[in-house]
Design a protein. Structure first.
Length: 349
């Protein structure tokens, strides 16, 4: 009976997994938008008309003139030509249009599944939460951009950026969880409470690390230390905890933020290794056992990409390494969201 039920849910699961992929792409486009300094290039929010870029030179010039009114242009990009503006405009426009596309991809199949009765009662509340999270993410994004459209700020606050980033990851994790819930039967989910508890603590640490990853991107803190394994020739670099207050230092001091980001990466290694060892005695045919090495592999790749990003940061941050670092970071998070799902079965199952 359960196999038949999950077969009926397969189209919904595929739709949700497509959503997971699209959200990941959106986060990566957002990373490129920030790293290229493009986030404030579009100074208006037009949900429908904004789907199209300026269609002629006059429209382009008008958009450029609006950009010239904000602090970022006046104090940072006053040397920009119209062609320079078009480049940064593209990333912000692409970021917004991908969000519009996601809205369509989520909305129209949802209507179709309702009509075809592919969505049962147990899915209604999760669907509502999913759409609310999506709408909230869009609202946070616009509030974040609007906060930087003034005569004072050169960039959007890295704190707001981190909120936008983490809310996107919450949407991503929730969508994956929902997809797994409608595609994986209960007999494939193990009851391993000790492993589940360690998994939860790992997700807390990973979330904290991702927040500091957003701080790194928002503050361009990679420039604060471009050597590895030391930091500017020191293991504990000068200048930490000297900004005037503990909270200010751990959130705004570039070298402190960079140090914490590195330290968290090393710290996370320990529970990941312990978690991997604890999974060696799981049933051989279980999904959790099959994917037990994936988090450790992703962690090692993520650390390598972080190192490559740092040592290749000179006049500018290497975009390819930075974006790959962000991508693998998302995979690492999702790996532990998945393992948490697979280890949370009921006793006796």
């Amino acid at each position: 009976m359960e196999k038949s039920l999950f077969k009926n849910h397969r189209p919904v699961a595929i739709w949700l997994y497509i959503g997971v992929g699209m959200i990941m792409i959106q986060v990566l486009i957002g990373g490129l938008t920030r790293l290229t300094g493009s986030g404030l290039s579009i100074t208006e929010w037009q949900p429908i008309l904004g789907a199209f870029p300026p269609m002629n030179e006059q429209a382009w010039q008008e958009a450029f003139d609006r950009y010239k009114q904000i602090a970022q242009f006046k104090h940072l990009n006053s040397h920009f030509s119209l062609s320079d503006f078009k480049l940064i405009y593209f990333w912000e426009w692409f970021h917004r249009d991908w969000a519009r596309l996601m809205g369509l991809v989520f909305f129209f199949p949802f209507i179709y599944f309702l009509i075809k009765k592919k969505i049962d009662r147990s899915m209604v509340n999760p669907m509502i939460i999913l759409f609310l999270l999506g709408g909230l993410q869009g609202a946070i994004g616009w509030i974040m951009v609007q906060s930087g459209l003034n005569a004072e700020n050169l960039y959007v606050s890295h704190i707001r950026l981190a909120v936008h980033f983490i809310s996107a990851l919450a949407l991503l994790a929730y969508t994956l969880w929902f997809a797994m819930k409608v595609s994986i039967s209960s007999d494939q989910i193990l009851h391993v409470p000790n492993l589940k508890k360690l998994n939860i603590w790992l997700l807390v640490l990973i979330t904290l690390q991702l927040i500091y990853g957003a701080f790194m991107a928002g503050l361009h803190a990679a420039f604060a230390a471009v050597t590895w394994p030391d930091m500017n020739g020191q293991w504990i670099p000068d200048g930490m905890l000297m900004q005037g207050g503990f909270w200010d230092d751990i959130t705004h001091n570039l070298i402190t933020v960079h140090f914490i980001h590195r330290a968290l990466a090393y710290l996370i290694c320990i529970p990941v290794i312990i978690w991997t060892i604890k999974t060696k005695n799981l049933p051989v045919n279980s999904l959790l056992r099959k994917f037990r090495l994936l988090p450790l592999v992703l962690l090692l790749v993520q650390i390598l990409l972080g190192i490559l990003t740092v040592i290749n940061t000179r006049g500018e941050i290497p975009l390819i390494y930075a974006i790959l670092h962000q991508f693998v970071g998302m995979l690492f998070l999702l790996a532990f969201v998945g393992t948490l799902f697979l280890s949370g079965g009921r006793q006796g199952k």
